[in-house]
Design a protein around this ligand. Structure first.
Ligand code: ADP
Length: 291
């Protein structure tokens, strides 16, 4: 299974260039699309969902041109937009049954089987009789996944699914995505590095409509080994003393002193401590190098 994005560009009517020659290749598994707000993530996802057209470039799914063969592609597509809308006061099983009917599953028996399957896949079986309007944010997001799974899509696109979820709901939701990604391409966007770490086999960082990199998270972290350092000193002192490194992030330690995390090929001085790199370091470094 393969989705190839080739040189996609999009400029909106107001002159904003949201996508600037983006090329990516996605295979079965979890793919994280990481970037700050306004980077172009939703624009790329709407394009992949064939809801808007690029000005330039092409996209193929298993050699099928997704715009020329829109209907065939959409049959294999599941898309959960950022705002899924208002949820009526109906139980999850009734609503899913209705969606299954809309998706063309005409036999009642087949619909029951499909509904039970997607409720299981999203861990909603125990609450299937409850009105979806009473669900928590995380349950609503899982319900959104349940409805898109009804027709067994191979290409699943989920836009910022963890926004606003508490940590427990977030991890439950990401586990659902992980379980459905073994045979499908699951592409999800986020501005949270933690969402991508551990969960994704592959990821891309985009900013200002441009692709910065496509890389496996593990490889991204391994590439920073021996190059991440921490130092306890204030930012002014840091800036004045050293020019041969890039400051990535700052935090306050237990004694309320400022600790800076920096990137440098070699240890800048004895006051610096070597650190294990993490995906956040890679992400911040990518954005700094681009700006
Ligand atoms: P992200 O999802 O990464 O936050 P978006 O794709 O939503 O980024 O937006 C990328 C840029 O395109 C932003 O500057 C945004 O304001 C602009 N944009 C998004 N949608 C539209 C639109 N329909 N019309 C005009 N500008 C838009």
């Amino acid at each position: 299974m393969k989705l190839s994005i080739n040189q996609i560009s999009k400029t909106y009517g107001n002159g904003v260039k949201a996508l600037d020659h983006i090329s990516l290749e996605l295979r079965a598994g979890m793919f994280g699309l990481l970037g700050p707000n306004g980077a172009g993530k939703s624009s790329l996802m709407r394009t992949l969902a064939t809801l808007q057209f690029p000005d330039y470039g092409s996209i193929t799914f298993n050699d099928l041109d997704i715009f020329k063969s829109k209907i065939a592609y959409r049959k294999q597509l599941g898309y959960l937009p950022q705002e899924f809308g208002v949820y009526p006061r109906e139980s999850a099983s009734r609503l899913l049954n209705y969606f299954a009917l809309l998706k063309g599953i005409s036999s009642k028996k087949d619909r029951t089987i499909a509904v039970d399957r997607v409720l299981e896949q999203t861990n909603l079986t125990a609450v299937k009789k409850k009105n979806v309007s009473t669900y928590s944010g995380g349950m609503k997001q899982r319900f959104g996944i349940a409805q898109l799974l009804l027709n067994n899509p191979k290409m699943i696109i989920v836009d910022e699914p963890t926004a606003g979820l508490d940590p427990a709901e977030r991890s439950r939701f990401l586990n659902v995505l992980r379980n459905i990604s073994s045979e499908n391409i699951v592409l999800f966007s986020t501005h949270l590095v933690e969402d991508v770490r551990e969960l994704c086999q592959d990821m891309a960082v985009i900013t200002q409509g441009k692709l910065i990199s496509q890389i496996a998270p593990k490889k991204a972290i391994d590439g920073l080994k021996g190059k991440i350092w921490e130092v306890t000193m204030d930012t002014e002192e840091l800036k004045s003393q050293f020019i041969h490194f890039i400051a990535l992030s700052h935090r306050y330690d237990d004694s309320n002193e400022l600790v800076s995390r920096i990137y440098a090929d070699t240890k800048p001085s004895d006051s610096f401590r070597a650190c294990e790199p993490n995906l956040e370091d890679y992400y911040f470094l990518s954005l700094k190098e681009k700006s």
